[in-house]
Design a protein around this ligand. Structure first.
Ligand code: PLP
Length: 404
């Protein structure tokens, strides 16, 4: 049984106050709060196991390695990858995207080749491609959207040419909440013989992501957005693709043998993991995924769907309310503006009421240009948010609106 009040007890930070008001944390799209067991996993490992992984014959090193590699297996199961070799640990989504663009671009893209992205991408799925474009002369093509925030699939298909070498698109928009029909879009790319990488930063915390069912070639995500620690992320890649990519960084762990004349690289997944990994972080990350599994991703999705529908309906009653992103398939994100109140003023005044929301362009300036605005206020939900918190948000927006 899903009981939000039981869940909240596992998140100590939710008991704190800000400006003397109970904290209402609605910035889960930026990062989620951590359950007690995730934080305890960090201190427990530092206090009782800490040793470098993969290197020591001694007891602690072996124990740390078992925890670290056990976490890789937990991630594999979470996304239903075929094999642990397909799970690469990174620092987060941004590093994962940079890793893929740099290595895939190096091996498979040349001047005049094309990548397809979308108008709603996060900067971390735009800028690495622009860096590659400057280096290699590739072309970036952009899938447009309609005013509800849905990608135009006919236009998408028209973008494919014989020079298309990759599609790289987000599964859920961090601004609009749109759940893109990624499975269908992957099938289209494969019809043209083109691989597809998915920015799953905003989908992994909120819905079941099965890489085999999607038939995704690559996906990337961050632990901190799914109740895990900061500084850890994942690149999933089909083994046959990862095998063909060159290493990203050089150093320890990623080699088999080094001499001054020649170096041979390690097998997957270590080929992409140069240096000491954040093995404490991976243990805590696995705890977060176990926590989500215990609550049930289906329960989380249903709860967040309820909150989003309820909030949308209540917010629409506020005079001057504009909501950006009204796709029928939508996750727990509501971006809005009221009248001509600046998003920054709205966010600052809500903060004074204890309500934490995000304001600004949300690392999606090209999307802001498409919408003809500079920024929005964004409320984004997590598993521990309540209907009462939505009521407080709505009351807060009304109070701020009346001040202007
Ligand atoms: N992609 C999307 C859709 C995001 O929402 C974010 C974070 O806000 C990122 C990528 C970047 O994630 P990180 O900062 O964890 O690397």
């Amino acid at each position: 049984m899903f009981d939000v009040n039981v869940i909240r007890k596992d998140f100590p930070i939710l008991d704190r106050t800000v400006y003397g008001k109970p904290l209402i944390y609605l910035d889960n799209g930026a990062t989620t709060q951590k359950p007690r067991m995730v934080v305890e996993a960090i201190t427990d490992e530092y206090y009782s196991v800490n040793a470098n992984v993969h290197r020591g014959v001694h007891y602690l090193s072996q124990q740390a390695t078992e925890l670290h590699e056990g976490s890789r297996e937990t991630v594999r199961r979470y996304i239903n990858a075929k094999n642990v070799n397909e799970i690469i640990f990174t620092r987060g989504t941004t590093e994962g995207l940079n890793l893929l663009v740099a290595t895939y671009g190096e091996e498979f893209m040349n001047e005049g080749d094309e990548v397809i992205i979308s108008v709603m991408e996060h900067h971390s799925n735009i800028v690495p491609w622009q860096i590659l474009a400057a280096r290699k002369g590739i072309t970036i093509k952009v899938v447009p959207m309609n005013d509800k925030g849905e990608l135009l699939l006919d236009e998408y298909e028209k973008l494919f040419t014989e020079r298309t070498k990759m599609v790289s698109i987000m599964q859920v928009s961090n601004v609009l909440g749109t759940i893109n029909p990624i499975k269908e879009m992957i099938a289209t790319a494969h019809k043209y013989g083109v691989p597809f990488m998915v920015d799953a930063a905003q989908s992994i915390p909120h819905m079941k992501v099965d890489v085999q069912d999607l038939d995704a070639d690559f996906i990337v995500f961050s632990a901190h957005k799914v109740y895990g620690p900061t500084g850890i992320g994942v690149v999933y890649g089909k083994e046959e693709w990862l095998d063909r990519l060159p290493p990203y960084q050089g150093g320890g762990e990623m080699i088999k043998h080094v001499s001054f004349e020649k170096t041979t690289f390690n097998d997957l997944p270590f080929k992409f993991e140069a240096g000491t990994p954040d093995y404490i972080g991976t243990t805590a990350f696995a705890k977060a995924l176990e926590y989500v599994n215990n609550v049930g991703i289906g329960n989380i999705a249903a709860h967040e769907h309820f909150l989003t529908e309820y909030a949308t309906q209540k917010m629409k009653e506020i005079p001057g309310m504009r909501i950006f992103g009204e796709a029928p398939q939508k996750g727990g994100v509501i971006s809005f503006l009221v009248g001509d109140i600046h998003h920054f003023d709205m966010g600052t005044l809500l903060d004074r009421l204890g309500i934490a929301v995000r304001t600004g362009h949300h690392c999606a300036q090209p999307l802001m240009q498409r919408l003809g605005i500079e920024g929005t206020v964004r409320a984004s939900f997590g598993m521990y948010n309540t209907r009462e918190e939505v009521d407080a948000l709505v009351e807060g927006i009304k109070r701020v609106s009346q001040m202007f």
